[in-house]
Design a protein around this ligand. Structure first.
Ligand code: KIV
Ligand code: NA
Length: 257
């Protein structure tokens, strides 16, 4: 049975952790779904598997193309699609149009937008009113890399308070969940206790209602990964070895037999 945003909110009340990972194509999405991942994010972090330096260049068309492939591989997990940089910040109309395409064309169940500043709260309020489930994202927001870098956020009293208030405003705007990225664990705990919707942490310590990582980091496909990522297997080495073995066998006429 396909999971819903309402179920994930219930899991928070029941103390059940939410398992989330990113996916960018049919094969990866299918493996994640069959392994029981609850929430699959078509994150703009797929920039790394497309060879971009940051998440900024990804277009809505690229996101939708990949989201459609993910959709075809998933039966159970909730699919959330990131709206890429400058496809929702311009106006409420632009955000409704972009989010609408993610739901109508790609079959996503929700979209994720970065930021909890007043104009974004207004935009998200309108999306939710229009019937579009929204996931928030505060702390380190990689689409603002040229302003804030990729450093941990919420280290000072002022920025801690700002992030907490953004999370509260996002809940009031109607988001079903919020990603907390690269903030101190005690701040993530404070936000998690304050909100009735689930927090999904990445580099935010163990006290969130769920965790998300970038799958290419988890499986060792990324060239580099952030300090908080855990690499569970090294696919770069595995693939290199397989390709080298194949190359040797072809050159030595051992394959095919
Ligand atoms: O794009 C992404 O992978 C994300 C996660 C890090 C939350 O936004
Ligand atoms: Na993202």
């Amino acid at each position: 049975m396909a999971l819903t945003t309402q179920q994930l909110i219930q899991w928070k009340q029941q103390g059940r952790q939410i398992v989330a990972l990113t996916a960018w194509d049919y094969a990866i999405a299918q493996l994640l779904d069959l392994a029981g991942v609850d929430l699959i994010l078509v994150g703009d972090s797929m920039a790394v598997v497309l060879g971009y330096e940051t998440t900024l260049p990804i277009t809505l068309e690229e996101m939708l193309y990949h989201a459609k492939a993910v959709r075809r591989g998933v039966k159970r997990a909730l699919i959330v699609v990131d709206l890429p940089f400058l496809t929702y910040q311009e106006s409420i109309q632009q955000a409704i149009n972009s989010a609408g395409r993610a739901l109508k064309e790609a079959g996503a169940q929700a979209v994720k937008l970065e930021g909890g500043y007043p104009a974004m709260i207004e935009t998200i309020t309108r999306l939710v009113q229009a019937g579009i489930p929204v996931m928030g994202h505060v702390g380190l927001t990689p689409q603002s890399v040229h302003q804030i870098g990729l450093r941990q956020q919420g280290k000072t009293e002022t920025t801690r308070e700002r992030i907490l208030q953004e999370a509260i405003a996002l809940e009031q705007a109607g988001v079903f969940s919020i990603v907390l990225e690269h903030i101190p664990a005690d701040l993530a705990l404070q936000i998690t206790q304050k909100l009735s919707i689930p927090t999904i942490g990445i580099g935010a310590g163990p006290h969130c209602d769920g965790q998300v990582l970038v799958t290419s980091d988890v499986i060792g496909l990324s060239e580099k990964h952030p300090p908080f990522a855990k690499v569970y297997t090294n696919l770069r080495d595995t693939i290199t070895k397989a390709v080298q073995d194949y190359s040797v066998e072809v050159r030595e006429r051992k394959f095919p037999e």
